[in-house]
Write a new protein. Structure first.
Length: 184
C-alpha cells in the first residue's frame, strides 16, 4: 500500500478519535463549570470575563489531543497487528481491545505530561493523593472511550462494506444490459 494512502488513513483515524474524545472533553468542561457555578466546587479566582469558556475550551483541547495521540496509536496497532485482515474478518472483541489499549496509552501519556507540568510549576492546588487519583482516572476513561470508538468504527466500516456489496449486487451490467437484481 502506498505511503501516502497509509498516511491518509492514519490521519483520518486520528481525526475521528480526536473528535470523539473532544466531545467527552466538552462534557467534562461543562460539568466542571456547572459544579463551580452551583457551589459544589470552590469559586474561581477573579479572572477574565470568559474564564468559564476558557475552562471548557481547555478541556476540549486536552481531550482532543488525547484522542489524536490515541488515534495514531490505534492506527499503528491496526496496521501492524491486523495487516492481513479485512474489515469482514477482523474480530470485533480484538479490535475493541486494540482500541482500549490505544486509548489507555494515549491518555496515560497526556496525563504524564500534565502531571510533569504541574510538578515542575510547583503550584499544587490539591493534595498529592487527589492529583494522583485524578491522573489515574484519565487513562481509565481514555481506555473505555478508545474501546467504544474502535467498536463504533468497526461497525460503521462493516456497514459501509455491506452497503457497497449490496449496491454492487443490484447494479446494472452495462455490457450485458441485464436488469438490476431484486433483493432476496
Amino acid at each position: 500500500m502506498p505511503l501516502l494512502r497509509r498516511a491518509r488513513g492514519v490521519l483520518g483515524i486520528a481525526i475521528t478519535w480526536a473528535a470523539a474524545f473532544a466531545a467527552i472533553g466538552a462534557i467534562f468542561g461543562i460539568g466542571l463549570v456547572l459544579a463551580i457555578a452551583s457551589g459544589a466546587l470552590p469559586p474561581m479566582p477573579d479572572g477574565p470575563d470568559d474564564l468559564y469558556l476558557m475552562i471548557v475550551a481547555s478541556r476540549i483541547l486536552r481531550w482532543a489531543t488525547i484522542g489524536l495521540l490515541s488515534g495514531i496509536a490505534f492506527a499503528a496497532t491496526v496496521a501492524i497487528a491486523g495487516r492481513r485482515e479485512t474489515v469482514a474478518t477482523l474480530s470485533a472483541p480484538r479490535f475493541a481491545r486494540w482500541g482500549m489499549l490505544a486509548g489507555t496509552l494515549g491518555s496515560a501519556a497526556m496525563a504524564a505530561v500534565v502531571a510533569a507540568f504541574i510538578l515542575l510549576d510547583g503550584t499544587m492546588v490539591a493534595s498529592p493523593w487527589t492529583l494522583l487519583l485524578g491522573f489515574a482516572s484519565v487513562p481509565v476513561f481514555g481506555g473505555l472511550l478508545g474501546r467504544a470508538t474502535a467498536a463504533t468504527m468497526l461497525r460503521a466500516a462493516r456497514g459501509e462494506h455491506h452497503a457497497l456489496a449490496a449496491a454492487a449486487e443490484t447494479s446494472t451490467d452495462a455490457e450485458t444490459g441485464l436488469l438490476p437484481r431484486r433483493p432476496g
